[in-house]
Design a protein around this ligand. Structure first.
Ligand code: AMP
Length: 216
């Protein structure tokens, strides 16, 4: 499954819950790249500037890390891709890579989200520095201010969630990623949910949709 939608659509939050419900791993290129930046690996060093500016990391870099992740044993029964593909070129490469290993996408879940909701979510988003768990200052605050419920780590704001960078990320989404809606519609894979709903409302809608598709 691919989760598609603008930044701030709630893909990461839903992926966490869905991954448990479906028993399939959540593969987030954003998380993988942030991990690489933290480790200061060659990929991380290359990606850092693009990420901080809210631009896309070059296709070849991202495709390489995803292709290598997709061959891991824990993904044999399926996976949920979050934040990939983000360009038509990445989608073509994903298709080719899946075909090679005799796999295919079952569904692309599109989170249709208004720009106002995206901006509100991203600017209020906070993340755990240690385990990456997402919070929101208003909608999903941690039990203890500044401390992660899950691991006790420090909660911070992502550099690319600043107002200026958020605006750029939304422009980049319109320019490079929106085309994937038609791309997957033509393949008959696109299913739509409203990303404007709150966490639980959205989860219930996704569950209903998956039940209808016999995916649960
Ligand atoms: P995310 O956590 O999905 O919002 O991703 C954070 C940042 O990582 C993005 O703004 C991009 O700079 C980079 N990134 C994540 N996934 C991709 C991708 N598929 N292609 C290019 N850049 C990506």
């Amino acid at each position: 499954m691919v989760l598609l939608g603008p930044p701030g659509a709630g893909k990461g939050t839903q992926a966490e819950v869905l991954s448990k419900e479906l028993g399939i791993p959540h593969v987030s290129t954003g998380d993988m790249l942030r991990e690489a930046v933290k480790k200061e690996s060659p990929v991380g060093k290359e990606a850092k500037g693009y990420m901080n500016r809210g631009e896309l990391v070059p296709d070849d870099v991202v495709i390489k890390i995803v292709s290598s992740r997709l061959t891991d044993d824990d993904l044999k029964k399926g996976f949920m891709l979050d934040g990939f593909p983000r360009t038509v070129n990445q989608a073509d490469k994903l298709d080719a890579s899946l075909e090679k290993s005799d796999k295919r996408l079952d569904m692309v879940l599109f989170f249709k989200t208004s720009p106002e909701v995206s901006v509100e979510r991203l600017s209020g988003r906070r993340v755990c520095k240690k385990c990456g768990k997402n919070y929101h200052v208003k909608n999903m605050p941690p039990k203890k201010e500044g401390i992660c419920n899950a691991c006790g780590g420090e909660i911070i704001q992502r550099k690319d969630d600043s107002v200026e960078t958020v605006k750029n990320r939304l422009v980049v989404y319109e320019k490079d990623t929106r085309a994937l809606i038609d791309y997957y519609k033509k393949k008959g894979l696109l299913r739509e949910v409203s990303g404007d709903l709150d966490v639980d409302g959205l989860f219930q809608n996704i569950k209903k949709l998956l039940e209808k598709e016999n995916a649960l």
